[in-house]
Design a protein around this ligand. Structure first.
Ligand code: SF4
Ligand code: SF4
Length: 96
């Protein structure tokens, strides 16, 4: 029989995840969109859980960088490798 996770432990995990997301939203981020590679499919806009991206003149556009948690979904799902997410803290550039 599968072991049930206690309610308290599950809630604690959710609180911890929320705290991590909040920390990530405080990090310095940069989203680069290679306009010439973007075919305007809107996948990144649809998958972004925080409505950071919009379409402008048929190309993906960063409308609300502050809300970005650097989850990387947009970069992961872009079929044309046209979008990249960079996370930089004060000391280390995590990704170049
Ligand atoms: S990294 Fe995540 S939150 Fe940021 S723009 Fe991409 S999908 Fe949205
Ligand atoms: S998923 Fe990629 S190709 Fe599609 S709109 Fe976004 S950046 Fe452009």
């Amino acid at each position: 029989m599968e072991k049930q996770e206690p309610e308290l432990s599950r809630n604690f995990k959710i609180i911890k995840m929320s705290a991590n997301m909040a920390k990530k939203s405080e990090l310095k981020k940069e989203i680069r969109i290679k306009e010439s590679w973007c075919k305007g499919c809107e996948i990144c806009v649809e998958f972004c859980p925080h409505n950071v991206l919009v379409m402008k003149d048929g190309i993906a556009f960063v409308e609300n960088l502050q809300a970005c948690t650097a989850c990387g979904l947009c970069e992961l799902y872009c079929p044309d490798f046209a979008i990249e997410v960079f996370v930089i803290n004060d000391k280390v550039q995590v990704k170049e």
